[in-house]
Design a protein around this ligand. Structure first.
Ligand code: CS2
Ligand code: MG
Length: 404
């Protein structure tokens, strides 16, 4: 007789930052883990899982991964959206973990096996001044990275999202009300191309440089930035415009050959459809959890492949070590994978989530442990209770809200 899920539980922990983790246990005693972290909206996903999905999972056959995905997605009248899709993603990851552990195989072997030896990663370098930024890039190169995301401060602004005043940064700030930042697109556009050109002059031509515009530009501003950055030879320019209107990318694309990456805030394959089939992007950035798990990331890769679009999943500190593992199993087994973001995690997170995946010389590997290869130390997790934390919001100089 096939196995059954007998328990579905949600764990909240904050080993340096908040993580939500789904634990599924089968009658045979196999445990599967899924990441359900949605930065700043952790409790919404925890409640969606606890109140709605967990009761539906108990009694189901854990081996019916695709049917469970279809049941939770197609079966729901109110569907899509980051909260729903992160919850479904967590279930999907936990089920693949169970399948791998039951088979005694790492998940990437179940996905068809490795198509590459290791997964190229990029990490973050930030600096308020360009000299600091160049130092941060050098430090990343010394760690072995062949690709680095570069974010710069902007003269005249006190804060810029994603740029620490010191080394490193954490996107979410503690508290129940978000910090407010001031944003000035004109100042950014005056400064960023020259700063990035200085970084390129500093590094020489070989290092892959990436830059994230965090959804803040209009189409024509984005086109102008892409064109201005062409001499910098970026690996990609990310999230140039707000996420809702994909049509506007046509205008950006018409003006620049700077490669574009989009999609860390997308939840479903349908949000990518036009961007892929019109070849408006080069990299689809869906996070393995936020867009519905391994099952849907594989579908996205299959849709993208004939259009020569690559999947290059989101991987900041708020994608937990469990989701990082899942992303790496997909990456190792997916021909049209581009690059994996690897911002790193706070130190204690590596203790709570003991993982088989590794980062060596700027490349990641999921390891060969059965399943996803992550064990959660629940006793240690309990010593880091959840604390409310939120991403900041931003206003223009006149006080009006501006886009993410
Ligand atoms: C960023 C993230 O990693 C990225 O590309 O855009 O810092 C993102 O803003 C955070 O993960 C939001 O939770
Ligand atoms: Mg981003």
């Amino acid at each position: 007789m096939s196995d059954r899920i007998v328990a579905a539980e949600v764990l909240l922990t904050s080993p340096g930052r908040n993580y939500v983790t789904l634990k599924l246990t089968t009658a045979d005693g196999v445990v599967g883990w899924g990441d359900a972290t949605l930065n700043g909206r952790e409790l919404a996903v925890a409640a969606y899982l606890r109140e709605h999905l967990c009761p539906q999972l108990v009694g189901r056959d854990p081996g019916r991964i695709e049917d469970t995905w279809q049941y939770l997605y197609r079966g729901a009248y109110w569907r899509r959206g980051p909260v729903t899709m992160t919850a479904i993603g967590a279930v999907d990851l936990a089920l693949w973990d169970i399948l791998g552990k039951t088979a005694g195989l790492p998940v990437y072997r179940l996905l068809g096996g490795a198509v590459r030896d290791r997964v190229r990663a990029y990490t973050h370098a930030t600096g308020w001044e360009t000299a600091q930024l160049c130092d941060a890039v050098d430090a990343a190169v010394e760690r072995g990275f062949t690709a680095v995301r570069v974010q710069t401060g902007v003269p005249g602004l006190d804060t810029v999202y994603g740029v620490g005043r010191g080394p490193g940064y954490e996107p979410a700030g503690r508290g129940t009300v978000p910090a407010e930042e001031t944003w000035d697109t004109a100042a950014y556009l005056r400064h960023a191309p020259a700063a990035l050109a200085e970084v390129r002059a500093h590094t020489g031509p070989e290092l892959a440089l990436l830059h994230d515009a965090h959804h803040r530009l209009t189409p024509i501003e984005a086109a102008r930035l892409g064109r201005a950055l062409e001499p910098v030879d970026l690996y990609w320019l990310e999230d140039v415009t707000p996420c809702e209107n994909q049509e506007v990318l046509r205008r950006v694309r018409a003006h620049t050959t700077t490669p574009l990456a989009i999609g860390e805030v997308f939840s479903t394959i349908w949000e990518f459809q036009q961007l892929i089939t019109e070849q408006l992007i080069d990299h689809a950035r869906a996070a393995v959890t936020h867009a519905g798990g391994i099952s849907s990331l594989r579908r996205l890769a299959a849709l993208a492949d004939p259009w020569q679009v690559r999947i290059s999943p989101h991987g900041p500190s708020d994608v937990s070590p469990v989701a990082m593992a899942a992303a790496l199993h997909v990456a190792l087994a997916t021909p049209n994978h581009g690059i994996q973001e690897y911002m790193g995690h706070p130190g204690p997170a590596h203790e709570v989530f003991r993982h088989a995946w590794s980062c060596v010389d700027g490349h990641l590997h999921p390891g060969d442990a059965p399943g996803l290869g992550v064990d959660v130390d629940e006793a240690l997790a309990a010593r880091f209770p959840y604390e409310p934390a939120l991403l900041p919001v931003a206003r223009r100089r006149d006080g009006s809200m501006t886009d993410w």
